[in-house]
Design a protein around this ligand. Structure first.
Ligand code: S3P
Length: 432
């Protein structure tokens, strides 16, 4: 895909698709509830389709009617042994959450994925599950995972890695376990699983203090079905937000965007950088806070971000780095270790591609330093993405500001945002 400058800015009311994290959970949780759930505005991207396929393969009746997904759940222990390996494509969320859920079922199964997913660390979820009695064989800590059906015991586990996927996998394991489990996270991460389970009547209690949270969950409680209206995804909005900020003559409105405080780090960071973003019309949708955002072209300043905020915006560093590269002063983003183990080594790709685009960037002990006062002309317009959707969309946005870039393997964008190119061009972008 080629991305070239936009002369008219980025404008209009843009339709942002449903939140990816909530869409996965909107398949998983209804599938183990007792009854029928209707899901509207679900994200139909490759990742979420892999989760849907996995549950269909395990005998769950999932159909689409009038733009709604209808799921007929039959309870915590209703899943059937799949007749083939469950292929989860590129989706880390499906892999970690399903490992937790399936470790506590009675049947054996195998989880596989694409090249990128098969290189990502799985011990972070299989180790704590093993403490609960799970039997999982890994390929040296990676996929494929061979899960043997087991009865798990309740647990008291502390999670040191900041990861909502680990936390959610453990919560799903605890749901089908007798007794009460305590899961403590040392870093607060996105809490969509806890919010949705509470609304389905699970016996779950969350206590947050400072930067930690303790989740107490008693298993074997029947989940009551609920309809879910999935809010729009802040992570997908981020590309339009930054495109509007860095291009002149822009004015964009995004509606019903999820601004859950465990996910809103990007808005906090951009505000520090002087972005003109107006938040209005706050309301609750599917237990989540949503709002409309209006964004106008802005003169951005650089900023320093601490480790703490990284957990609240872990997926947004590629696009925030693009904003930082077009600001009028340097930025320093700290504690980006987890970016090394995302769909690609994102820290390396951000740095390498920014340098090729003539933007000054440097990695110092997994911190990122970007100094736009030293920017030069584009050195090499080829953007390497390693099939990472967020790297592809971020550099498409940079192209809209600095000139023609060639984004390799841009098909990956369908992982999270199937109509990105069409939406971006409708708003004034120049993607071909
Ligand atoms: C996600 C959690 C995050 C995020 C991913 C989606 C989720 O991963 O990067 O895109 O849906 O729980 P980690 O929990 O591994 O940080």
């Amino acid at each position: 895909m080629f991305s070239d400058q936009t002369n008219i800015g980025i404008n209009g009311i843009i339709r942002i698709p449903g939140d990816k994290s909530i869409s996965h959970r909107s398949i998983i949780i209804p599938s183990i509830s007792n009854g029928i759930c209707e899901i509207t505005n679900i994200l139909k991207s490759d990742d979420v389709l892999r989760t849907i396929d996995a549950f269909k393969e395990m005998g769950v009746k999932i159909k689409e009617e009038n733009k709604k997904i209808i799921i007929n759940g039959k309870g915590l222990e209703s899943l059937k042994q799949p007749t083939k390996d469950l292929y989860l494509g590129n989706s880390g969320t499906s892999a970690r959450l399903l490992t937790g859920l399936l470790a506590s079922q009675k049947f054996d199964c195998v989880l596989t994925g694409d090249k990128s997913l098969s290189s990502r660390p799985m011990k972070r979820i299989t180790n704590p599950l093993t403490e609960m009695g799970a039997k999982i064989k890994t390929n040296d800590g990676k996929l494929p995972l061979h899960i043997s059906g087991s009865i798990l015991k309740n647990c008291k586990i502390q999670i040191d890695i900041p990861s909502a996927q680990i936390k959610s996998g453990l919560i799903l394991a605890a749901l089908n376990t007798h007794g009460t489990s305590f899961i403590n996270e040392q870093n607060i991460t996105r809490d969509h699983t806890e919010i949705m389970l509470e609304s389905f009547g699970a016996d779950i209690e969350v206590n947050k203090s400072d930067n930690c949270s303790e989740i107490k969950i008693t298993g074997k409680k029947t989940l009551t079905p609920k309809n879910i209206d999935v809010p729009a995804d802040l992570s997908s909005s981020a590309f339009f937000i930054v495109a509007a900020l860095i291009n002149k003559n822009s004015n964009v409105t995004l509606k019903n965007i999820n601004i859950n405080p465990t996910r809103n780090g990007l808005l906090i960071a951009l505000e520090k950088m002087g972005a003109k973003i107006e938040v209005s019309n706050k309301k609750i949708r599917a237990g989540e806070i949503v709002a409309d955002l209006n964004i106008k072209s802005s003169e951005l300043h650089g900023c320093v971000l601490d480790h703490e905020i990284a957990k609240l915006m872990i997926d947004e560093f590629p696009i925030l780095s693009i904003a930082a590269s077009q600001a009028n002063s340097p930025s320093y983003f700290k504690g980006l270790d987890e970016l090394r183990v995302k769909e690609s080594d994102r820290l390396d790709l951000i740095n390498r591609n920014l340098i090729n685009c003539g933007c000054y960037s440097e990695i110092k002990n997994n911190d990122l330093f970007i100094d736009p006062t030293k920017n030069k002309k584009i050195v090499n317009p080829e953007i390497r993405t390693d099939f990472d959707h967020r790297i592809a969309m971020s550099f498409a946005v940079l192209g809209s500001r600095i000139g023609k870039l060639h984004i390799n393997e841009a098909d990956s964008i369908s992982t999270s945002f199937p109509f990105f190119r069409e939406q971006f061009n409708k708003a004034g972008g120049n993607l071909s």
